[in-house]
Design a protein around this ligand. Sequence first.
Ligand code: NAD
Ligand code: TYD
Length: 354
Amino acid sequence: MIFVTGGCGFIGSNFILQWFENCNEELLNIDKLTYAGNPENLSSTQANPLYKFVKMDITSADDLKMLFLKHKPRAVVHFAAESHVDRSISGPFEFIHTNIIGTFQLLEETRRYWGQLDANYQKNFRFLHVSTDEVFGSLTAEEPAFSEKTAYAPNSPYSASKASSDHLVRAYFHTYKLPTVTSNCSNNYGSYQFPEKLIPLCILNALQNKNLTIYGDGTNVRDWLYVTDHCHALRLILEKGRPGETYNVGGLNEMKNIEVVDALCKILDDLRPRKDGKSYLELKTFVRDRPGHDQRYAINADKIMHELDWKPQESFATGLSKTVNWYLQNENWIANVTSGAYQEWIQKNYGDRT
Ligand code: NAD
Ligand code: TYD
């Protein structure tokens, strides 16, 4: 079997759904179920005897040790993290705790277990660390896209904690020869994304006739990738990626935030016109910028495209349209994730921005 950490989050649950569409292998999902973890994302897999779930914190070494002894996995795919930049600015502690200490504990317990395997099993074992392009810092408009050789220069507590975890993963390969592989991916979007990130937040706000909050002047650029394309890349890296290597994964799709919001508004104008006949574009509101806001991220994905024969299947137009349709069709999911604590976060982050 394989272990997946953080499988109740946005990318992890898409990965698990895709896993069972393509593989006949057991999978154990290890998730603490923070505000971002939602078992409902995986309700369609509950009846699958190959799917197992344990509610657990990856910072707990003893619990991890027991899981490795009991299940003897052939691989670990590590998604579990605190993942939202704005939350890392208002409260960095959890980011240091889960992203650094948690990754460290997971590496340690993996190493302990792996060290007792026979040579052939050791060779075929993989620890796939799912990371972000934000570890490379910010690009100007003229600079070339991030490659696997770009120096790390993280600027937010989130990206610094992920950079730190990437370094630990690298060190475990070099020092202990643990067969690790790291992926650094650009911004994902798609179904099951928690509505604190730009795209789902704007969809939900638009449907409730609330302001579409654009930080600063809206010219910050992100390289958007549809989540199932990312999951496909991860499955390829798991099976064919070379130990000790890192792979950049991106959507070949750089867009300014303002362009993303405009595109969303146009899709919503077609699919769910406002009752007053106005366009959703009128809800766009520029608000105070995020402190230390990185200007541009862009990925050079040549390595994974040439070495593992991967390329994104969705264009931004098709991916965004699928995403909007998913949120329109899943009102119950939205209602369940936007109660209580979610409202407190929205008030905390946006209350005094305008
Ligand atoms: P998410 O916030 O939606 O989900 C994180 C999951 O991890 C949740 O299910 C949560 O309950 C779980 N978790 C958090 N702390 C835990 C702990 N201590 N122990 C066990 N489980 C814990 O995140 P996501 O957007 O799905 O991102 C997944 C991974 O991909 C992260 O490592 C993130 O850094 C990376 N990544 C995300 C993006 C993106 O655009 N979302 C892009 C590139 C890389
Ligand atoms: P986000 O989805 O939080 O991802 P990340 O910070 O990891 O890139 O933000 C994407 C971009 O959108 C980023 O430049 C910040 C911007 N943004 C807004 O302009 N308004 C918002 O309300 C949010 C959440 C993000």
